[in-house]
Ligand binder design. Structure first.
Ligand SMILES: [Ca+2]
Length: 113
């Protein structure tokens, strides 16, 4: 990865029919933050079988002319967060192909509906 990117993150749960949600874009950075001076954005996704569910993340670089490129990706099993009513941090080791793609820190909370 050279120069800088315009990263944004797409999330879903690895279950049939789960929608994708998407963060805002951060321009011209290789070290993006989404809670810089504002509360971190929150997304809500449905989870069916928590024993098998994983959060799936894709990090893209926005590119207006040639289409957005996928920079890296990661997954986080959700079972360890079951029964927790507070946000718990998770550090995701991202991969770009077979090489390391950095670390993304997120917080996960379960809500029973
Ligand atoms: Ca770009």
């Amino acid at each position: 990865m050279f120069g800088s990117s315009d990263p944004y993150v797409k999330f879903t749960v690895n279950e049939e029919g789960c929608p994708w949600v998407q963060s805002e874009r951060r321009n011209s950075t290789l070290n993006p933050e989404w809670d810089d001076g504002v509360p971190a954005p929150e997304f809500e996704l449905p989870v069916g079988d928590v024993t098998k569910a994983s959060l799936k993340l894709l990090v893209f670089d926005h590119d207006g002319t040639t289409g957005d490129d996928e920079l890296c990706s990661g997954t986080q099993p959700l079972l360890p967060f079951r029964g927790e009513s507070d946000f718990l941090p998770a550090q995701l080791e991202l991969k770009s192909g077979t090489s390391k793609g950095g670390t993304l820190t997120i917080a996960i909370r379960f809500e029973q509906h």
